[in-house]
Design a protein. Structure first.
Length: 559
């Protein structure tokens, strides 16, 4: 849900802030007041294209900031994590964008730099815009398919599993065919596996450096170790000296109790010194001072380092990585050597897998066809309420070659009037028609829609009277449990709002300034009166405005 939208130096808007609420939010005001600029600002905050011409004359840059509350959306959280962006704090997601008058601009998401591409993906999860300047997500076949499947609770898991299996088989076949065409690949792998196998690498080779260093200084190490063990555990050494002191600690403790603790500590030290002496002696005994041992370690270290340089890339330099390379190349060689039998088995499996895709696809198409009939009828009924008294809406399930989404393509068709040819929804020229069709679809499928904010920009163009009232009520119904933002010129729509924002402009010092104010009480009555044609003196129009608000409020309270 959009909480706040702040705009600075964008087109005619010097500074404006709009605060939105849950439910139906409407923006009204005179033509040219800046309503469309606010919608453009929301577009920028959700990833639409920018241009330096958008910057207000005389300003260095335009700035837009939008605060959203995405709720518990896992998709938003996943996208932020994938893009390396901070998570939402206190449930709020903040987007900032600047456009420089000299060209270019910057994007921040939760105060971290981001790309416009990431912002565009994020915006599609947060806001769905419908209107003359919008890029209608619902016009895309993929989105139309998602709505149909969601509306009809169409299960796609069986087809997805069958498609994944078929793709996996085809990828393996292609890989083996490509590799099999190069006989040199097998010869090279044989050589590499032979070379690594002959080295007989083990985990013990990880300590080669240490053992080599010890062997190179064997005599010095042994000499020092002997001296240390003698000083610690030999005759007259530290351990023996501490042991001789035990009677003194015992005697002292008779008259000075604290000495008993010292005696215990000295006894523990004695034991530890004896253990340390034995540990050093054992380690020294394992060192082979013979020149032949050093030569053997030197040869082994040279060979392992050579293999590391040859087979390890990047920062990997441990023997474990070298062993993994040997295992991977061995597995690959075995696969290539058995290539013909594996290919034969895969080619036998492919037709059966393709049949499973076709069967699952047919089942999926049947479910979509049944759901399409229900969705077509439901949307057509909604369109009748919205003024298209003889229109027809149809969801067509058209066959196509198998693809990740199924064996069909979903296309929404619309026939506005009898005698006019039905056309795909994407080909309808009238933005007003498209917007009302979108509202009808949303009215039917709103409960399954994951996008929290829906925007209708002048959806009421070229309508009025009773149809305008119905449009307002439809938007209010869609807004239950979510947020709808609508720019409207119809008082019937505005009267249905949960929050009414009035956009106005003033001229000061030769510059135009735009403001956005929440209209309540008498201020809202005056705005509804203005929309009804009141000039500030028409008591009849003002009475009509009060009556319209009262009726709308009473109706929705009873509903």
């Amino acid at each position: 849900m959009l909480g706040r939208l702040t705009v600075s130096d964008l087109a005619v808007v010097e500074k404006a802030e709009a605060v939105f609420a849950e439910g139906l939010n409407v923006l009204t005001g005179e033509t040219g007041a800046g309503k469309s600029v606010l919608m453009g600002a929301l577009g920028l905050a959700t990833g639409s294209r920018s241009d330096s011409s958008m910057v207000r004359d005389g300003a260095a840059e335009a700035r837009v900031e939008a605060c959203f509350r995405p709720g518990a959306s896992g998709s938003v959280a996943s996208l932020l994590a994938e893009a390396g962006l901070p998570p939402c704090e206190d449930g709020e997601l903040v987007v900032r964008r600047t456009i420089s008058a000299s060209g270019g601009g910057r994007v921040w998401i939760n105060d971290s730099p981001a790309t416009v591409a990431t912002l565009r993906k994020l915006g599609a999860m947060l806001v769905d815009v419908h209107g003359p300047r919008a890029n209608h997500a619902l016009l895309e076949n993929a989105r139309q398919r998602e709505i149909l499947d969601s509306f009809g609770a169409v299960a796609r898991e069986r087809y997805a599993a069958a498609w994944s299996e078929l793709c996996g088989i085809r990828e393996k076949i292609a890989s083996l065919e490509a590799e099999g065409a190069n006989a040199d690949a097998i010869d090279l792998l044989k050589y590499q596996v032979g070379e690594l196998g002959a080295a007989a690498l083990t985990e013990e080779d990880e300590t080669l450096d240490e053992r080599h260093a010890a062997a190179a200084h064997a005599e010095e190490i042994v000499e020092d170790a002997n001296a240390i063990t003698e000083a610690i555990g030999g005759d007259g050494g530290a351990a023996e000296t501490l042991a001789r002191l035990q009677p003194l600690f015992s005697s002292m403790s008779k008259h000075f109790p604290e000495a008993a603790k010292w005696g215990g500590e000295a006894e523990e030290l004695t034991v530890r010194l004896q253990e340390l002496s034995r540990e050093i002696a054992d380690a020294a005994a394992r060192i082979d001072p013979e020149p032949g041992a050093l030569k053997e370690l030197d040869d082994r270290l040279t060979e392992v380092n050579r293999l590391k340089r040859k087979y390890l890339k990047g920062g990997e330099r441990d023997v474990a990585a070298l062993i993994r390379v040997f295992e991977e190349k061995s597995a690959k060689l075995a696969e290539l050597e058995s290539r013909d039998s594996v290919l034969e088995a895969l080619r036998k499996d492919e037709p059966a897998a393709a049949k499973r895709v076709a069967a699952a696809g047919a089942e999926l198409t049947a479910r979509r066809t049944a759901a399409a009939k229900r969705l077509s009828a439901a949307v057509t009924r909604e369109l009748r309420d919205l003024g298209f008294l003889q229109s027809r809406f149809a969801v067509r399930v058209e066959p196509c070659a198998p693809e990740p989404s199924g064996c069909d393509r979903i296309v929404y068709w619309f026939e506005p009037n009898p005698g006019e040819a039905a056309r795909p929804l994407a080909d309808i020229a009238s933005s007003g028609e498209i917007a009302r069709v979108m509202l009808a679809i949303k009215s039917v499928a709103a409960a399954k829609d994951e996008v929290g904010t829906l925007v209708f920009d002048e959806i009421d163009a070229n309508i009025g009277g009773e149809t305008g009232r119905v449009v307002g009520e439809k938007m209010k119904a869609v807004a239950k449990g979510r947020q709808v933002i609508a720019i409207t010129h119809l008082p019937q729509c505005a009267a249905c709002a949960d929050r009414h924002l009035v956009v106005s402009k003033t001229v000061s010092g030769g510059r135009t300034k735009t403001s956005v104010v929440a209209a309540e009480g008498e201020a809202r009555e005056r705005e509804i009166g203005r929309m009804l044609g009141a000039d500030g003196k028409s008591e009849a129009a003002m009475g009509h405005a009060r009556e319209l608000l009262k009726k709308t409020k009473t109706k929705h309270r009873s509903a």
